[in-house]
Write a protein that binds this ligand. Structure first.
Ligand code: NAG
Ligand code: NAG
Ligand code: NAG
Ligand code: NAG
Ligand code: NAG
Ligand code: NAG
Length: 402
């Protein structure tokens, strides 16, 4: 019923997905081009219905053992209202964005989300294109409103997000929730330093998430690893501007789960307000934030290069609340070096209820060069409620406070 093209590709590695739906070697694609469904690359007409129809056909297509269905968004500017792209599908799905997908600026056109992938097993999102959230038009309306994230993966498994760019999301750029085995690599995210809540990638209630080889600049955390995350790996990520790479915030709501297994290695943070951070709320449920390694991190003029904040509360807060019950243990900060834009280069503000068990190893955080005529700043480390089982190894500068 629609034009289908077959493109033969030679895959030397599994590009679509891991697990049983992975077919390495020669995969052909049956292409569902959104322009065949009425999408117009004029940057004005709403292409949402065309994208939904192309997805529905692709999702239902029985491509056989050696094919995948591919929804193609070709070059050009495509305005699109919210699209909820649902599975389960017959086989693994590919969506290739080579043009620019542009969000509406009228908040009335959204319920909660913009682009959602839901209940899909085997998904590759790729292409040379861009996802433009047009946040600039609405960031000032942020107060009290939860704005739509750009792309959300919800209950997705065996997914790869590759190559594409995200700009100016209204809220989080890429949100990964209730998902398993998601690899994000080679993507670029960019929004201004002062854009509110524009986290680059937010992970929650998900397991086996790998983020690599990406460049993220945003107005909030470059990457935030929220409640219910297990086994999250972040490697070779350049972050800045932004608030750094964070675990949390944790413990805000009743019934929240903790975080187990975070590996952040070989990352660079440039001009960020924090470096690597764990943030938890006071008066929290009793949960764990455990088994983490932050290693081989270079910070360049970052404020608070190493920070644990267990009294996290942006905005106006009641400071008389009971302490956090998020237990931080087996967290290693190793080989973290560079320059600190704040005097307190290592800030460990743990909870009186559950002192932190951490390991500091080989840290070298220097002050910025002084302004002419001024003395150089003396960087500090500060501690609250560090467990006696915490340890330091190697050279620590500024000297450890425990
Ligand atoms: C892939 O297809 C090409 C051309 O049909 C064929 O020569 C090659 O052997 C195939 N490779 C594998 C690993 O099946
Ligand atoms: C990331 O880049 C490194 C170094 O170039 C490369 O070895 C690795 O395979 C890349 N990772 C992915 C998932 O593409
Ligand atoms: C964590 O991820 C690694 C590599 O992907 C995998 O081998 C391991 O089984 C995972 N561990 C858990 C507890 O899920
Ligand atoms: C670490 O990151 C650098 C660039 O930021 C990259 O060239 C190098 O391959 C990475 N090392 C590893 C082990 O991934
Ligand atoms: C760090 O950020 C500054 C200001 O945005 C920029 O000029 C510089 O090129 C960046 N450095 C690196 C190494 O990315
Ligand atoms: C501490 O965490 C690391 C990283 O997740 C893990 O490899 C190690 O087994 C953990 N150690 C303990 C004693 O649980």
């Amino acid at each position: 019923m629609n034009m289908t093209k077959k493109i033969l590709l030679f895959f030397f590695a599994c590009a679509v997905a891991q697990g049983n739906i992975c077919r390495a070697d020669n995969v052909t694609y049956k292409v569902f081009d959104v322009t065949s469904y009425g999408a117009a690359a004029d940057g004005k007409s709403d292409s949402a219905q065309a994208i939904l129809k192309a997805w529905a056909d692709a999702c239902a297509a029985d491509c056989g053992a050696l094919e995948n269905a591919k929804v193609m968004i070709p070059a050009g500017n495509f305005l699109a209202g919210p699209v909820d792209l649902q599975g389960p599908c017959k086989g693994a799905m590919v969506i290739e964005v080579n043009g620019v997908l542009i969000a509406p600026t009228d908040l009335g056109s959204f319920k909660k989300e913009w682009i959602v992938f839901r209940h899909v097993n085997g998904l590759l999102i790729t292409g040379a294109g861009k996802i433009d959230g047009q946040g600039g038009a609405v960031w000032h309306k942020m107060k009290g409103n939860r704005l739509p994230p750009s792309v959300k993966l919800l209950s997705v498994s065996n997914a790869n997000v590759q190559s594409i760019s995200f700009i100016n999301s209204k809220f989080f750029h890429l949100q990964i929730g209730q998902s398993v085995s998601v690899a994000v690599t080679g993507i670029t995210i960019s929004s201004p330093a002062d854009s509110p809540n524009t986290d680059g990638i937010h992970v929650a209630y998900s397991t086996d998430v790998k983020i690599s080889n990406s460049t993220i600049g945003s107005g909030d955390d470059c990457i935030s690893i929220g409640p219910g995350s297990t086994n999250v790996t972040v490697t070779n990520v350049n972050c800045g501007p932004g608030h750094g790479i964070s675990v949390g915030s944790l413990g805000k709501d009743k019934g929240e789960l903790g975080v187990d297994g975070v590996y952040v290695t070989n990352c660079t943070l440039n001009g960020t307000t924090n470096g690597v951070r764990i943030k938890t709320w006071q008066d929290s449920p009793a949960i764990n934030a455990v088994n983490m390694v932050f290693s081989d991190i270079v910070v360049n003029e970052a404020g608070n290069p190493i920070i644990i904040d267990q009294e996290y509360c942006p905005g106006n807060c009641d400071n008389d609340k009971p302490p956090s019950n998020v237990k931080i243990s087996n967290v290693t900060f190793e080989n973290i070096r560079g320059t600190s834009a704040s005097d307190v280069a290592i800030s460990l503000d743990c909870s009186a209820a559950v002192p932190c068990e951490i390991i500091l190893k080989d840290i070298n955080l220097q002050p910025l060069p002084p302004s002419p005529g001024l003395l150089p700043a003396v960087p500090l480390s500060t501690c609250e409620h560090i467990s006696t089982s915490s340890i330091t190894e190697g050279d620590i500068f500024p000297p450890s406070c425990f």
